[in-house]
Write a protein of this length. Structure first.
Length: 184
């Protein structure tokens, strides 16, 4: 009798708990992505050389940090732990849904050796369609405003004209031809 080799079940990726940041992470994220841009990304075909690294926000909301990072290869909304109620540790690569004033957004968890655990919502990737930094900056500003704005109220359905919805009797062939000829 031969023994079957068993493949071990894949263990879920480890979760490195986030360390809550008391200070605004904007400069930390800007410096990190500037370094990545200068050292690893400049010659890649999918980058948009008209863009640079810039950070908008980070705003403390319900105890955690939300901000937008622009790079020549993405424009993302980031959630960083500030010790508040938005953050939840999940494995890198997993998705979670976060209720914000604008509605529910899907975030993807990641864990960078330098940044630590963070979660992001891709806003634009690739950014090749953006013509310049001014356009990217405006999108970042608009995205932050949209995140904190409540969703628009649904427009009420137009009033139904009951006379218009009453079924009309089918028109006979004779009636149809009379109307075409201008005779009712």
């Amino acid at each position: 009798m031969t023994e079957r080799l068993r493949t071990p079940a894949l263990a879920p990726p480890p979760i490195r708990p986030a360390i809550a940041r008391d200070d605004d992470p904007a400069e930390f994220f800007r410096a990190h992505y500037q370094h990545v841009w200068e050292e690893r990304m400049q010659d890649l075909p999918f980058v948009n050389a008209a863009l640079s690294v810039e950070v908008h926000g980070f705003v403390r909301y319900r105890g955690d940090w939300l901000g937008v990072v622009i790079t020549p290869w993405f424009l993302n909304l980031f959630l960083v732990s500030g010790g508040g109620e938005l953050w939840g540790d999940i494995p890198a690569g997993e998705r979670r849904y976060l209720n914000l004033p604008c509605g529910t957004l899907q975030l993807i968890a990641d864990d960078d050796p330098d940044l630590g655990p963070y979660q992001y919502c891709p806003l634009i990737a690739p950014v090749s369609t953006l013509s310049d930094m001014g356009s990217a900056r405006q999108i970042a500003i608009d995205a932050l405003k949209a995140v904190f704005a409540p969703p628009p109220e649904p427009t009420p359905a137009p009033a139904v004209d009951e006379a218009a919805t009453t079924e009309k009797p089918p028109v006979s062939r004779r009636g149809f031809l009379r109307r075409l000829a201008g005779r009712s």
